[in-house]
Design a protein around this ligand. Structure first.
Ligand code: FMN
Length: 280
């Protein structure tokens, strides 16, 4: 990995743009979220700019071409940087079958990526965030870890969290992670915080908020994880990075790596080089 700045999940949902994104300067690229079967996502409009707040609100709902299409895109790939693959269940999958889908996706992609992200935090797949329930979470961690132990491919495994749970829940989830061999966390996905929706005037729009409105919330959660997570675990920080200062702030708060999405949309590709040249 050439640098610590990565592209967050949801931009290259099918793994079609990896060489171009590497040219822009990203040291790591996370593709997906990929689901087992192709699915169209939610009806449009599903992506809005909240320009005054330099934020986005999206309800895409894992629109993607599915597992087989991504595998075929990866077949001829000669990549130069680190690659993460973000996996999630299909929209119509019953909650009791979600865990099986993570295992299917993990098996399919474990030999293709430096790390696999288990996405339990999209607000746009109904019920998915219930995977933050400590009992479900414990089962997930146990089974995914057992799956990795049975094969030769051993990508790192990261869990991507919602920023909208309460502290008691996070403490329980962190304890489960600390007692596991999973490698780390991504903090955080988009927020459905009602106060932020009111602040931005977006109460009538469905979806998760990203960008500057998310920055404080994701930074607070980052600091909380840094304080409580076993220091051997990796922390990838994402949420509201728009410039060198907001990038450095994530590192100061304890991030090992930093990702961007909304800042990349608003500022354009030159942001990546500015961060690589001038960031910590
Ligand atoms: C349009 C859009 C689509 C996204 N799709 C995904 C996704 O498929 N999987 C995922 O884990 N996160 C997804 N995200 C969340 C981002 O990866 C990131 O966690 C979030 O936007 C916060 O970072 P930012 O403030 O730099 O945008 C998406 C975000 C946006 C704006």
């Amino acid at each position: 990995m050439g640098n610590k700045i990565g592209l967050a999940a949801g931009f290259d949902k099918n793994g079609q743009l990896i060489p171009e994104l590497e040219d822009i300067g990203f040291g790591l690229i996370e593709i997906g979220t990929v689901t087992p079967k192709a699915q169209p996502g939610n009806p449009k409009p599903r992506l809005h700019r909240l320009e005054k707040h330099e934020s986005l609100i999206n309800s895409l709902g894992f629109n993607n071409h599915g597992m087989e299409a991504m595998l075929s895109n990866l077949k001829s790939l000669r990549r130069r940087g680190a690659l993460g693959i973000n996996i999630g269940p299909n929209k119509n999958t019953k909650f009791e079958n979600i865990l099986e889908e993570y295992l299917i996706l993990y098996r399919a992609f474990s030999s293709h990526a430096d790390y696999i992200t288990i996405n339990i935090s999209s607000p746009n797949t109904p019920g998915l965030r219930n995977m933050h329930d400590p009992h479900c979470f414990k089962d997930l961690i146990r089974q995914i870890s057992a799956e990795r132990s049975t094969s030769n491919d051993k990508p790192k495994i990261l869990i991507k969290f919602s920023p909208d749970e309460n502290h008691d829940t996070y403490i329980k989830l962190i304890e489960i992670l600390n007692n596991s061999d999973l490698d780390g966390v991504i903090i955080s996905n988009t927020t459905v915080d009602n106060d932020l929706k009111i602040k931005s005037g977006a109460t009538s729009i469905n979806g998760g908020i990203s960008g500057k409105l998310l920055q404080d919330k994701s930074n607070e959660l980052l600091a909380f994880f840094k304080k409580n997570l076993n220091p051997k675990k990796i922390i990838v920080a994402v949420g509201g990075v728009f410039d060198v200062d907001s990038y450095n702030k994530k590192l100061d708060l304890g991030a090992d790596l930093v990702q961007i999405y909304t800042g990349f949309v608003y500022e354009g590709p030159s942001l990546v080089k500015r961060i690589v040249q001038n960031g910590k």
